[in-house]
Design a protein around this ligand. Structure first.
Ligand code: AMP
Ligand code: FE
Ligand code: FE
Ligand code: ZN
Length: 300
């Protein structure tokens, strides 16, 4: 019996990963991953193929989605803050009408946003909308990585990370917010209503976190928990140790799930390596027990 390597957050070219589902599974097999959740942004397009490949490779498969959401938090001083939150949804029913409609609207608004970003960048760089489309697999969820890939293809940059650092920093003239995505609390309810298990992806990740743990937004987390949040992806390269510790304590307090994952985007999509952070079998079992909307492909 090999020891379990459970990676609960992986992307393919059905969203912004640079590898096909087949390439992802081959890489997962080579990396010794024993269970993998495919969690492309706002789509379930890769699930059917992943199920087949999971059987072939004898790797466990958990169907998932990384749902783009926008939080609306009222601070103690009455100020409203809005920021993006990625919500992993494990085992939701892909045919649930409300969830499917929310994802459709979200993907549509991503495209509007990406066109606007492309237009702004095209004023300063050699770039067209068809260059961007050329970087997207048919039916894939559009995102800024496709713009980055087009700029790389046109010779402006070498790496996605470089484009994010130089063009997509906070306050950049090329920054356009995504307005068509569900509010975080609503997304949690939608996912639960579709039989899914909502787990926040890389909470308070690098660059988004308050500096001091005394400023961590506890009330915001309590509101999400009350709405049905199942847990936190505390073990992820973008979640710093003091944040992870805070999340683990919060999970203990409310008996929630803690996961760990790579957030793999292909060999040269991001530096994240398959299996670099993992989830325990106990935690996976708790997710499988709660997930009612679709079925996993389990090994053995
Ligand atoms: P979008 O979906 O348009 O909001 O773009 C966000 C996506 O860009 C995330 O899901 C990441 O996969 C990717 N991303 C963000 N920062 C970086 C980076 N520094 N290097 C490579 N990819 C990144
Ligand atoms: Fe991504
Ligand atoms: Fe994410
Ligand atoms: Zn991700």
């Amino acid at each position: 019996m090999t020891s379990p390597v459970i990676d609960m957050h992986v992307h393919s070219n059905n969203s912004d990963g640079r590898e096909s589902v087949a390439e992802v599974f081959a890489a997962a097999a080579a990396a010794g991953v024993t269970t993998l959740a495919l969690t492309d942004h706002d789509t379930t397009a890769g699930w059917a193929e992943a199920r087949e490949l999971a059987r072939q490779h004898r790797i466990g498969f958990v169907p998932g989605i990384e749902v783009t959401t926008r939080a609306r938090v009222v601070d103690a001083d009455g100020e409203v803050r809005r920021f993006g939150v990625h919500m992993l949804a494990y085992l939701p029913n892909p045919n649930n009408v409300a969830l499917a409609e929310a994802l459709r609207v979200s993907v549509e608004s991503r495209e509007v946003r990406l066109r606007e970003i492309t237009e702004r960048i095209a004023a300063d760089y050699h770039l067209s909308w068809s260059d961007v489309l050329g970087q997207l697999t048919d039916g894939a969820t559009p995102g800024r990585p496709a713009v980055a890939d087009a700029l790389i293809a046109n010779g402006h940059f070498e790496q996605r990370g470089e484009v994010f650092d130089k063009l997509f920093f906070k306050g950049s003239p090329y920054y356009v917010p995504n307005t068509g995505v569900p509010e975080t609390i609503d997304a949690i309810r939608l996912i639960r209503a579709a039989g899914g298990v909502p787990v926040i992806a890389h909470p308070l990740s690098r660059g988004k976190r308050p500096e001091s743990p005394s400023d961590f937004p506890r009330q915001h987390f309590l509101d999400m928990i009350e709405s049905g949040l199942a847990g936190f992806e505390a073990h992820h390269r973008d979640v710093e140790p003091d944040v992870a510790q805070w999340l683990v304590a919060l999970a203990k307090e409310f008996d929630l799930v803690i996961t760990g994952s790579s957030d793999y985007h292909g060999a040269d999509g991001k530096p994240n390596l398959l299996g670099e952070h993992t989830t325990t079998p106990e935690m996976l079992k708790r997710i499988l027990d709660q997930g009612q909307g679709s079925v996993p492909e389990l090994v053995g």
